[in-house]
Every structure is written in structure tokens, then in C-alpha cells.
Design a protein around this ligand. Structure first.
Ligand SMILES: [Zn+2]
Length: 261
């Protein structure tokens, strides 16, 4: 994939009416409901695609507060440059894993899985997982994030055989009954409102308790729309730690929920 094509497709899903209706229905068809409430408040910080700044600046912020994050890698973007700057390189994968962070799958081609046939999506995802192993991922790839958050029920069912959880982009917290094959999440962007919303969500998650998942792309001062600024991320992770929540990877969160069932 060239840098141009990464740039051109940006992060925009299909906006036509049938696609929007399908998207609405799919979210309510839970194929793998979480079997129990989270035993404690849990927060997962996740990064999509992912830009090098997420691996470098992002991981150093998480490390400072003892948080473990998840990086959903689109292997077709390896070594390329996109709207959030340079994407990850091979050594980033190794360093993240050594630091206890999780590497998840995100397709090779940043495929809109709602517009592709199920078999094409599954082939792309298999290829993505194989490339991650070739890049040195030593632990099983248990997590997947849908590019653009796009999916459909048939694909969710098929992925339930392959992954412990798949993350979408629709807003909400996760608790008993939430679909592990379309985890809810909140985006962290460069705008102040997404950061302010995150602060109140962290406080609410501690009371419920719930599993809160945040996602973003790059972590840099020159933040684009899809990135978070280092200072904002740092303040949020500190707040999350001070709330008493467990700052863990999606697989650690799933394991805790399964143990509580
Ligand atoms: Zn993505």
C-alpha cells in the first residue's frame, strides 16, 4: 500500500443509507455476550493502525503509570506515512511486546469489512495475523479491531472462532451482555471535548464498575483530528490510575471477566 492510498482512504466508512442501516442493526446482534460484570473498573487504552508516535510517545506515557495498552496493527501500513505521520516499523512491535503491551490485528489493507465479502475479510485478517507473527509477535493474537469500526453479524460470528474480542468504534462502556465481538469504545481526539468526556467516563467507570476502552491513533503535539496530544493522554492516564481502575490490555480484561463468570 502506498502512502498516497493510506492518505486517500483516511478513516471514512461508507456513508450510504443501506450501510448506515446495517451498521445500526449489527450493533444490537450480540454474538458473544460477556458472561459477567467486570469484577473491578477496567480501562484499556488502544491505538489503531498504528502510527510510530503511539508506540514511542504513547507507550512511554502508559509505562509511566503502569498501564498496558493494545496496538491494533494494519500490516499494510508498515513503514508507510499517513495522516498521523509515520506508521510503525518492525522494531516497534518487539519493543511493545517486551513492555507488556498487546498487539492486535486490524487487517492488512485497512479493509472496510462491512463492504467486503466475509471470505475476503477472513482471508485478509488471516494474512494480517500471519504477518504479525512474521514480524515477531510471540504471544497469540487474541484481539482484533474493525477498520472504521465496520462489521456485520456473519463476520462477527466467524471472528468469534478466532479472537477473544473484537473492538468497534461505537460509543459505550462494556459490561455483562456487551458483545465481545463488537466492543464499545470512546475515541480520543485532539479536540478538548473528547478529552473532557474521557475524564467524566473514567469517573463513571469507577462507580459502576465497567470496562472502558479508549481508542486513538497518533500521540503527538502536532495532533491531527484522529490523534491525541501527549499532555492530554498523560493527564488522562494519570486520572485513570488515580481512579483505582485496572489499566490493562483487552485480553487481560477478558480473562478477568471470564474468571468472574
Ligand atoms: Zn484503523
Amino acid at each position: 500500500m502506498t502512502a498516497m492510498s493510506v492518505e486517500a482512504q483516511q478513516y471514512e466508512p461508507s456513508r450510504d443509507l443501506p450501510a448506515r442501516l446495517r451498521r445500526r442493526l449489527t450493533q444490537w446482534q450480540a454474538v458473544a455476550p460477556l458472561p459477567a460484570r467486570p469484577p473491578q473498573a477496567m480501562i484499556s487504552f488502544t491505538f489503531d493502525d498504528f502510527p510510530r508516535s503511539a508506540a514511542e510517545t504513547g507507550a512511554s506515557i502508559l509505562d509511566r503509570f503502569g498501564a498496558k495498552g493494545c496496538y491494533y496493527a494494519c500490516t499494510g501500513m508498515l513503514g508507510e506515512t499517513g495522516p498521523s505521520g509515520p506508521f510503525f516499523i518492525e522494531t516497534d512491535i518487539m519493543h511493545l511486546e517486551q513492555g507488556g503491551h498487546e498487539i492486535g490485528a486490524h487487517t492488512v489493507s485497512h479493509l472496510d469489512c462491512a463492504r467486503a465479502s466475509t471470505s475476503r475479510a477472513l482471508n485478509d485478517i488471516s494474512h494480517n495475523v500471519n504477518q504479525l507473527k512474521a514480524l515477531g509477535v510471540t504471544t497469540p493474537v487474541r484481539q482484533f479491531a474493525y477498520p472504521y469500526g465496520e462489521t456485520h453479524t456473519e463476520l462477527k460470528r466467524a471472528l468469534a472462532e478466532r479472537f477473544d474480542a473484537c473492538r468497534g468504534v461505537l460509543s459505550g462502556v462494556n459490561s455483562k451482555g456487551s458483545d465481545a465481538m463488537q466492543l464499545r469504545a470512546f475515541e480520543l481526539g485532539s479536540d478538548e471535548s473528547s478529552v473532557a468526556r474521557a475524564v467524566s467516563l473514567i469517573e463513571a467507570a469507577a462507580r459502576q464498575p465497567a470496562w472502558l476502552v479508549f481508542f486513538t491513533h497518533g500521540v503527538r503535539d502536532k495532533a491531527g483530528k484522529f490523534d491525541v496530544k501527549p499532555q492530554a493522554l498523560s493527564a488522562l492516564v494519570r486520572r485513570a490510575r488515580d481512579s483505582g481502575a485496572a489499566l490493562i490490555t483487552p485480553s487481560q480484561a477478558i480473562d478477568q471477566i471470564m474468571d468472574a463468570a
